[in-house]
Design a binder for this molecule. Structure first.
Ligand code: F6R
Length: 608
């Protein structure tokens, strides 16, 4: 969603800000801007085009002088995407410039109050109230004005603020919206995520909720809003800048698809020792685990889809009832959750607003919260009782691929870990699944050999009007992900259906030439899938099926078959999703879509 960058140091700020904003483009945005202080005044540049337009207009930032500034990519929530609403916003005395992520929930009330005092608003944003409140409360001390301003705000926000009367200091605040300080030598930075900083410094301070950072070129001080000083050493980011660049691929999405064998290996290798799964530092004791009588998995989008797969895995291995719920629904019902419930939260970004709210709801009801997160120091990671990181590295393409795969691995490992402790699966079963997990990187690599044939299918069928993905059991879970992947990047309407459910209504939509992708790799249900394929074929559908290697029977029914390497049935999703990711990629490519940044989508959905 929106992105923040900020810089103060001994070189020109604008080039640093523009580079940082470009690295945040993947989060999705509709406008952008920077503000830089030079000779006691604030210069603002905005665009409703791409950051590259701002770069062109300023000769890569070189025509904007000044060594301190803030920048922002906006994803409209309050007010249309246009220059007027793009950040940074200035206070009514042009003394302060502000960038903001999150939502000021009481902005209407604050706006009314400011308007009554004669303040003239230039935008429709909630953010502008912050800039004006800063002006209102300023009596020569920025920190005091900031402390008073934030005491008036309700909602979630991270802020970057500069003041033309204090051109040596950058101010930052975090309140339920991520913000990081990058600590350099003679140059310091702020950003809403590490990717914007990592080319400059790997030493970062993850701000905590309620903290204010006061940053000059040579110093970073952290305070509570009451002015109490806080001491904390920076953390070291192990990602290299290559991880945030395309490395020869045309799109991040394909690069990330191809990183999956490595990501899978990195996620399981450190967690398997002496034939057993091991997680460092879990607070979930064996005693607590034994007291669990229900598991609820809650997440959004693709992360939710990994939960759908995990339900099959957990119920098989643990024999504990497992519910999967969309985080946006979970938070608005009256869920049955108590201290005997284990709530598993899944999120790549660790910042998804609905998922975070579901976490808080479950925590208030006494559940033990285990989260599976990719971003270290994220809000979800911080709010959980236990965190298992996916270590997928930065995922830049808006459509997730490698984070989905890493989430599956953590879920399998957790299932095996808990099964061993609970004695709910035999050691032979656990050993057999672990041995299959170790083979997944090679199997995924082998699937890349299919790329050329998938490309041909995509070329031939990329104009498909709409598509059905059907499957049973884990194949159904993968169908949901395949369908989402296709629609989000190619804008082709698609729907995932439990194959047995088709005839209860949806089959009326099957007609001559309709594409049906029949996921049929869950071998024990293949006969049932064959019947479903016959049903749609007899109504004119074109059927592209998946099946495990060696299963030739399916060729009699399907028009085309994608063969998958055999694996343990519970791990099926890890191989089956790969050709579907590649298929979506090529269909989007042939349709000329903006693959890494699909329209209307944001990488990190930090609003409801
Ligand atoms: C789809 C996709 C989204 C995310 C969802 C949750 O490709 O990426 O559906 O899975 O927005 O995001 P996180 O995992 O960051 O909570």
């Amino acid at each position: 969603m929106c992105g923040i960058v900020g810089f103060v140091g001994n070189k020109k700020a604008a080039p640093v800000l523009l580079e940082g904003l470009q690295r945040l483009e993947y989060r999705g945005y509709d406008s952008a801007g920077i503000a830089v202080i030079k000779n006691g005044s604030i210069e603002i540049k905005k665009t409703i085009e791409r950051i590259s337009a701002l770069k062109e207009a300023t000769d890569n930032g070189q025509t904007v002088d000044g060594e301190i500034g803030i920048g922002h990519t906006r994803w409209a929530t309050h007010g249309a995407p246009c220059k007027r609403n793009a950040h940074p916003h200035m206070g009514f005395k042009s003394r302060f410039a502000v960038v903001h992520n999150g939502i000021i929930e009481n902005y209407i009330e604050l706006k009314d109050e400011l308007v009554a005092l004669g303040v003239n608003f230039k935008s429709e944003t909630d953010t502008e109230v912050v800039a004006h409140l800063m002006e209102l409360y300023y009596e020569g001390d920025v920190f005091n004005a900031l402390a008073k301003t934030i005491s008036r705000l309700k909602g979630s926000y991270s802020l970057g603020i500069i003041c033309r009367e204090h051109p040596e200091t950058l101010y930052a605040v975090r309140h339920f919206s991520p913000l990081i300080v990058g600590v350099g030598v003679g140059n310091n930075y702020i950003a809403s995520d590490v990717t914007a900083l990592v080319s400059h410094t790997k030493n970062v301070l993850y701000l905590e909720d309620g903290e204010i950072a006061v940053i000059t070129a040579n110093k970073v001080d952290l305070f509570t809003a009451d002015g109490e000083k806080k001491e904390r050493e920076p953390s070291f980011v192990s990602w290299s800048i290559d991880a945030a660049e395309k490395g020869g691929y045309d799109h991040f999405m394909m690069k990330e698809i191809k990183e999956q064998p490595d990501v899978i290996a990195k996620t399981f290798e450190p967690r398997i020792k002496d034939g057993k799964v091991f997680f460092e530092g879990l607070n979930l004791t064996d005693e607590k685990l034994k007291s669990i009588n229900k598991i609820i998995i809650t997440a959004c989008g693709s992360a939710y889809h990994t939960g759908v797969v995990a339900k099959y895995v957990f119920e098989e291995l643990l024999r504990i009832p497992t519910e999967v719920d969309l985080a946006s629904e979970f938070r608005y019902r009256n869920p049955i959750v108590d201290e005997h419930t284990l709530v598993i939260i899944i999120s790549q970004s660790g910042e998804t607003a609905d998922t975070l709210a579901a976490l808080r709801e479950a925590k208030n009801r006494g559940a033990h919260i285990l989260s599976i997160v990719n971003v270290v120091g994220s809000s979800i990671a911080k709010a959980s009782d236990d965190v298992i990181y996916t270590w997928a590295g930065p995922e830049i393409a808006v459509a997730t691929t490698k984070a989905y795969s890493a989430q599956l691995i953590v879920l399998y490992l957790f299932g095996l870990y808990a099964a061993e402790r609970l004695g709910s699966a035999s050691s032979d079963t656990i050993t057999a699944i672990l041995s299959e997990i170790k083979q997944l990187p090679e199997k995924v690599k082998k699937l890349f050999e299919m790329e050329e044939s998938i490309k041909k299918i995509a070329k031939k069928h990329h104009r498909m009007g709409s598509v059905f993905f059907i499957g049973r059991n884990i194949d159904y879970g993968v169908a949901m992900e395949g369908s989402l992947k296709l629609k989000e990047i190619s804008y082709i309407n698609s729907e995932a259906y439990a194959a047995g459910e088709l005839k209860h209504g949806t089959i009326s939509l099957i007609e001559e030439g309709r594409m049906v992708i029949a996921l049929s790799a869950y071998d024990s249900l293949q006969d049932k899938m064959m019947s479903n394929i016959k049903e749609v074929k007899s109504r004119g559908a074109f059927v592209l099926a998946t099946a495990t290697e060696g299963n030739k029977a399916i060729e009699k029914e399907a028009d085309q078959v994608l063969y998958l390497p055999k694996t343990h049935p519970l791990l099926l999703a890890s191989v089956e999703v790969i050709p579907l990711q590649m298929l979506s990629y090529y269909i989007a490519l042939y349709n000329g879509c903006d693959i890494d940044k699909p329209r209307n989508l944001a990488k990190s959905v930090t609003v409801e």
